[in-house]
Design a protein around this ligand. Sequence first.
Ligand code: PLP
Length: 401
Amino acid sequence: IYANVQKGPAIEVFALTQAFKDDTHPNKVNLSVGAYRTDAGEPWVLPVVRRTEISIASDEKGNHEYLPVTGLDTFTNAATQLVLGSDSPAIKANRAFGVQTISGTGALRIAADFLHTQLNRNVVYYSNPTWENHHKIFADSGFTSLHSYRYWDQSNRQLDFKNMVADLEQAPPGAVIILHACAHNPTGSDPTHEQWKELAELFERKKLFPLFDSAYQGFASGDPDNDAWAVRYFVQKGFELFVCQSFAKNFGLYCERAGNLTVVQADASTKAAVHSQLTLLIRGQYSNPPAYGARIVSKVLNTPELRKEWMDSIQTMSSRIRQMRAALREKLVALGTPGTWDHIVGQIGMFSYTGLNESQVKVLINDYHIYLLKTGRINMCGLNTGNIDYVAKAIHAAVTG
Ligand code: PLP
């Protein structure tokens, strides 16, 4: 029965993480997977998350009953408020609601399934480059017209806004356009406020559907409100849209799969039908979501002292990343490594799109045991005061070699 099944390609980021684990070299460095690391190179359970999980686990009244199909209300309401703002007119008018999903990936998949099956959408655009799963999720959902829009100017190592706009001008009315809400993965380069305004004007004129992928709220600026600026601007302009939220990075809850799909509508009257169809989609896929991560996020966001502590941890993470950006740039400049390295500090969020080419990446992996994606994307959190000299010297050798 299985004899004709062809082996599929490896998933680069997981293959690199495995290769890193198997590598016995004492100086090995993992700059591939998008997960936060402390300055000691360790995963970080946010202190407020640790305390909250202990308090939830020790609640004698707690149990493991099923959640409703669309998840924990206190979580979806808090998540929707986090991205749209507590004073959001859409929330006040009952035009916005959330459904719990299997982290950000699950939000994207449910969104894609809904758009395809309920709204007959078939055309999707994502940035080039983007998180590599966007294509797969929409293709697996049945979208047959998948396109990329230009986003990155490799020679100047910055956002290619002119060509982004030129490509989106070609999109047909109704096309679903995936936008990274902040801290674009992999380039770390976001549109400015003025550019977002221009995009909103284009979306309105061309009748494009904005689907915001929000996997890094808080990681770009250290302030979740700032990082939601683009989403809130589009909502304020009256768009109907989706936001796919992940709590993997900003709560460090990677494996707990806490996510939310926020739906913004023009009118509260469509809520019951849209909600019911999302419910049926989820029912057919996994019936109901896991509770663990959602309970933690809900308790933290809904308790002012805990929420404040979480905001402090977001600051800790984003400021460590900024320090590493400055340190890496400084070291490459001091070494006289050919090229300009200012983009490393100009970019924001977890990643830097270094501009290293595929053969330079190979040198880093094979000769220096430094693991990064072949596009040259590095996770800044993999750098720390203990390995940054080693990495800078290795980059210098790869570039000059
Ligand atoms: N979207 C982007 C841009 C991402 O980078 C990621 C994770 O790396 C996700 C969505 C989904 O993450 P998760 O499913 O772990 O929440």
